[in-house]
Design a binder for this molecule. Sequence first.
Ligand code: GLY
Ligand code: MN
Ligand code: MN
Length: 408
Amino acid sequence: MKPEIVSPRREKLLSSLQDMDAVILFAAREAKLEKFSQENNFLYLTGLETPNAIYFGIKSNHSNVEYLFIQRSDPEREVWEGKKTTPEEAKAQSGITNVVFLDEFDGIISNWCPAINRIYSNIGHQAINAPLSYAMFRLKPIKERYPQIAIQCITEKISPLRKIKSEWEIMQLQKAIDVTGKGILDIWENAQAGMMEYELEAMLFYRIQRSGLKHWGFAPIIASGINAATLHYEKNDCQIGTNDLVLMDVGASYMNYSADISRTFPISGVFSERQKDVYSAVLRVQKEIISMIHPGVSLMDLQKRTRELIAQELIELKLITEASEVGKYYMHGVSHFLGMDTHDVGGRTAILEPGNVITVEPGIYIPEERIGVRIEDDVLVTEEGYCVLSQNIPKEISEIEEILKARQ
Ligand code: GLY
Ligand code: MN
Ligand code: MN
């Protein structure tokens, strides 16, 4: 990321604060032998993948003051961990002028504290039965020393920014979606009954990394047969049976923006009549819900309509007799915001605005018939209505069967 992208975000955030309110964001901490993954609010505002850093911004006398605190390099540790980000690099990447080392944090913050009213931080959910988040652990001494300072979660301040995607953000998401789509095609061109679910996962991950992307956006779901009825099945360790439907819920991440796509297909290459009926029911509902999307519609409206439509379909499929029984075969939300987090900030009840990106993902799950179908697309809300960012990933029965026919 570049300062031209992240500096305006910080300016917007700080200008939305009251005078003498501050933001303190903690970068993710390095964990030994684990891949580093930056905290998304920190990344959104600084563009830095630097571990253990701290961002401090304050609106003071109606102008903004900012500091970035980073780790000092330690030649002995460099043998193990490689070079640390230098102050010059951090400044060039983030656009923050005051870059100092972490050991100056206490001194600099103490000077500001007597005048600060509120600190917004990435404290996360503070469940009473969970350990303190790292941010809360670091802010506790400040709160004890300066009880007038209210500590609040950054989410309420940063969600309004993060949920409206810029053109640049949409380009990153589009790339994540396109590569995910190519990987799904790889699977359709190569998967065979008898393979393990994780072999299909490997085909897609190979495509992701060969395309210059590094990560999954979330743990991929490759669920065959009855496994598709487990909504967040992630084991992917079963053998695919000859007549199984396979539900794939997958997404690559690019520049920390996550795709989230579900497609369901018959490993045999041809949907059975019953599989076809269930699949067509889900597809009809999905298309109808997508067509409702425009600014002013709420996520709750989409959810309510989905339940109504799926209930009608389930009655047609002779699975239920009363609409009130819909929860027996459809039990999850139809939509969530998508972005740096797969389940992105913005809530589940928001009213849609241009620049939002949401998923549309109805499903029907019938464990007694070994059938689970979910079809999920990623949709940008536009001034006029919507644009399906994943429109190039086939979902019609005829298209999927045609592709599967070409398998060796
Ligand atoms: N892959 C998780 C979800 O669709 O929400
Ligand atoms: Mn999904
Ligand atoms: Mn989703």
